[in-house]
Design a protein around this ligand. Structure first.
Ligand code: CP3
Length: 355
């Protein structure tokens, strides 16, 4: 892997940041917390930027992506920033026609529906078509306080394939899962191509200054354990094997109670748990060779602050003060979440765990 563009001394300054220590399962001065979708529509500062530019344009303008990333981390006082981008951006250079339609979420106008369609899935070439993302990473790294780690991310092959085949969001993924069962060879080829492109993309984020990586396999919980092991885990192993392992990798999914050990076996130093599993039960299943991230129900943030604190206490008790817990939600912050409740959660976790 290429050397980081950020100076080594600056990376050294972050080595002992609570978030990176927890990723390595080392004791930290505080239980670190950051929140998935911490930059988003619930935040007025984000909406002000979005009033002026479309979502894709925001992702493609490094100075704006940098602004919303850094602003969100500062406002909340979290222990890590996450690159502002989207898991679907990688589909464009692979040959997909991606649009974020107003009020409808993502649309892919040329989804894959038969094995022949795979011919138009291009490999990610070295003439960096996603260089607006690496530019954003560099800019964010140069703008953030030197002690604050930056998380880069990408979508995992299964979750990306769901969008590439369904052509957008889906409740049951019947089109994608039918493709998987009807054309197992083509499915494997598609997932391998997505894995290879994703490895190039994520390694470029590390080279540009990302201190950790998260893979979002958001919809993987729709699979049975046997389908996961047979049809998805091989591509995940391939992906993790190609990733720069000098930075911690967070492997996240939702609804994964029955998949946790299989996800762990595929790779990642940190496993994301959603709110459907008790954190202690999940960590017990995973064993003590991985760190865990999670897992407050995002809807708890709509509750009164004392109730948010009570739920946070319960999760901290489940973690039992063991090194290697990164506090987060079970899934992303929802639009409409009160910002002061999010801040109250961050402050409370810090207050309760500072040692
Ligand atoms: O966490 C962060 O703050 C970093 C930014 C980030 C976004 N999307 C910004 C975004 C991250 C990490 C993502 C990941 C992502 N994108 C996932 C995986 C995470 C998850 O929630 O499971 C998925 C499935 C997507 C695909 C996607 N992007 C959908 C389905 C939508 C539309 C639904 C929605 O919430 O609007 C998006 C749009 C999107 N990505 C927004 C943001 C802030 C909202 C766009 C807007 O400003 O209107």
């Amino acid at each position: 892997p290429a050397a980081s563009s950020a100076s080594p001394s600056s990376a050294a300054m972050r080595r002992d940041a609570p978030f990176l220590r927890a990723c390595r399962r080392e004791p930290a001065s505080v239980t670190p917390i950051w929140l998935m979708r911490q930059a988003g529509r619930y935040m007025p500062e984000y909406r002000a930027v979005r009033n002026k530019v479309g979502f894709l344009e925001l992702c493609k303008r490094p100075e704006l992506a940098c602004q919303v990333t850094v602003e969100a981390a500062e406002i909340l006082g979290v222990d890590a920033a996450i690159l502002f981008a989207d898991i679907l951006l990688i589909l464009e250079p692979l040959g997909f026609d991606l649009e974020f339609a107003k009020g409808e979420g993502p649309v892919i106008h040329n989804p894959i529906r038969c094995p022949e369609d795979l011919q138009r899935v291009r490999p990610l070439s070295d003439h960096q078509p996603l260089d607006y993302v690496t530019k954003a990473v560099k800019l964010i790294r140069d703008t953030l306080p030197p002690r604050l780690p930056l998380i880069g991310f990408a979508g995992a092959p299964f979750t990306l394939a769901c969008y590439a085949i369904e052509g957008g969001g889906s409740r049951n993924f019947e089109t994608a899962k039918s493709f998987m069962r009807t054309h197992p060879e083509a499915w494997r080829t598609l997932l391998d191509r997505l894995a290879d492109a994703t490895a190039i993309y994520l390694n470029a984020q590390v080279a540009a200054g990302a201190d950790a990586l998260q893979l979002f396999d958001s919809w993987v919980g729709s699979l049975s354990p046997s389908d996961y092991v047979e049809s998805v885990q091989p591509a995940m192993r391939r992906l993790f094997a190609s990733l720069d392992a000098t930075v911690p990798r967070i492997h996240f999914g939702t609804d994964t109670a029955m998949l946790l050990t299989h996800q762990r076996d595929a790779g990642g130093e940190v496993i994301g748990l959603d709110h459907r599993v008790p954190l202690d039960w999940g960590w017990e299943r995973l064993g003590d060779q991985v760190a865990v991230q999670g897992n407050l129900d995002p809807t708890c943030l709509f509750a009164p602050i004392p109730e948010i604190r009570r739920q946070a206490d319960r999760i901290l008790a489940e973690a039992g003060g063991r090194p290697g817990h990164i506090f987060n939600l079970g899934h992303g912050i929802l639009p409409g979440t009160p910002v002061d409740h999010v801040k109250a959660l961050v402050d409370y976790v810090h207050e309760r765990t500072s040692r």
